[in-house]
Design a protein. Structure first.
Length: 77
């Protein structure tokens, strides 16, 4: 799954002006434009309390997500 497929899932259908620009940038082959746009987007918005785990469950297979969780649990200990 590439960024242009994941973005609508992560944004839950709320595509504003910046998000639409990001989708257009993913369709070009210029990584500098994409990096600049992402940097501007994240710098301009306040931190969110999004349910990251719920989003990951939508886009990552359960087995892979379980291995990721186990990895970080072992790193905490």
């Amino acid at each position: 799954m590439d960024l242009s497929q994941m973005l609508p899932l992560l944004l839950k259908g709320k595509l504003g002006e910046k998000e639409q620009a990001l989708l257009r940038a993913t369709q070009t082959q210029d990584p500098a434009a994409l990096t600049t746009l992402l940097t501007q987007m994240y710098a301009s918005q306040p931190p969110q309390n999004a349910d990251v785990f719920a989003t990951f469950k939508k886009i990552i297979p359960a087995e892979t997500l379980g291995m990721i969780i186990k990895y970080f649990d072992t790193r905490k200990a």
